[in-house]
Design a protein around this ligand. Structure first.
Ligand code: FDA
Length: 304
């Protein structure tokens, strides 16, 4: 992993810098490339437009590392409320939630009941809840809660990161329990003993995990903007005889839009991960870390 990326990922966890960024009008303007807006209304407006183009959506109400139980409950209410409002308007969207936003750092049981609240209300309106995967200190508890809830409600899925060496065992377990997996490369800083550091190793492992998901996964979702990987996934799905509707591609709002449109044009299912809310700093910094050119994009805004 490059020093540049490591530095930005480190800074993404610094509260002092967060305050500076959140109150800087130019940074706020730059973040609009990756974020629908501060409010639910703005997010639903963008969802409507994406749906009209043919994309499905998963809404991410931004927030993480919550330390106040009330804030965690409020986040769960916002998620369930956004889903209910979207369903009333017949929008095609699910949600992506983070356990640290739902209070897992305070108390596992609190996060469990907040997640259950969202999943049960989503089930009533036939909507899907994906639990994002955060840093490796939360991998175990995240998979535990997803598996526990999946026993009673099928509309919940997990995320697996191909940077983590443990991931083939996790996918085997989730496949056995028919839990839908979103496969990603991984966006967090992780130590070498548990995670691949070389980008090529992360990509090779992603390919190996793709095979496991295509062979025996349940409605797998491949989340990547890596065009070569999307070609590999398409070829492998063909070889194993999957229909285009048996899996989906997922991409982040504002990133690789040409590839998003190309896959949609080729009649693959494509879902856009659409963040909204005021707590955009951590998400924004991870996007900068993924691609150095994004930093120049930000600096250009600063100069203007
Ligand atoms: P890679 O980083 O190799 O990028 C391939 C190409 O895509 C680049 O060359 C560039 O053209 C473009 N690109 C990628 N990132 C870009 C950026 N930020 N700005 C501009 N262009 C960019 N991670 C995690 O740890 N937990 C999670 O729950 C999720 N969830 C998630 C959902 C969805 C829908 C997506 C697409 C991704 C995630 N991720 C995630 C993030 C993921 O782990 C990973 O960090 C990014 O997707 C970048 O990896 P790629 O596979 O796109 O490849």
């Amino acid at each position: 992993m490059s020093l540049f990326r490591q530095t930005l990922l480190f800074l993404s966890q610094r509260k002092e810098l967060e305050e500076f960024f959140k109150h800087n009008p130019l940074a706020k303007q730059a973040r609009s490339r990756f974020v629908a807006g501060d409010t639910r209304a703005e997010a639903l407006e963008v969802t409507r437009k994406l749906n009209e183009e043919g994309f499905a959506v998963t809404l991410d109400y931004l927030g993480e590392e919550v330390t106040d139980p009330e804030q965690a409950r409020a986040a769960a209410e916002e998620y369930a409320g956004a889903l209910e409002e979207a369903a009333a308007e017949e929008l095609n969207t699910g949600v992506s939630v983070k356990l640290s936003h739902l209070g897992v750092r305070i108390d596992e049981q609190l996060a469990f009941s907040n997640l259950m609240n969202i999943v049960e209300r989503a089930a009533r309106i036939d909507r899907f809840v994906r639990v994002d995967m955060e840093g490796s200190d939360l991998t175990e508890v995240t998979l535990k809660l997803v598996r526990r809830i999946r026993q009673s409600t099928p509309n919940i899925g997990a995320v697996i990161q191909s940077c983590l060496r443990r991931s083939d065992a996790d996918i085997a377990c989730l496949n056995r329990e028919k839990i839908s997996v979103r496969l990603v490369k991984g966006a967090y800083l992780e130590p070498e003993n548990i995670a691949f550091q070389d980008e090529e190793d992360v990509t090779l492992y992603y390919m190996r995990l793709t095979e496991a998901l295509i062979h025996s996964g349940t409605r797998p979702a491949f989340a990547t903007h890596d065009e070569k990987l999307t070609e590999f996934i398409i070829d492998l799905a063909d070889i194993f005889g999957l229909q285009k509707s048996d899996f989906e591609f997922q991409m982040l709002y504002g990133i690789s839009q040409d590839l998003q449109k190309k896959l949609l044009g080729d009649r693959y299912r494509v879902r856009i991960y659409l963040p909204y809310g005021e707590d955009w700093y951590g998400y924004f910094m991870r996007r900068l870390a993924e691609r150095p050119a994004n930093l120049w994009f930000l600096l250009r805004h600063w100069k203007k």
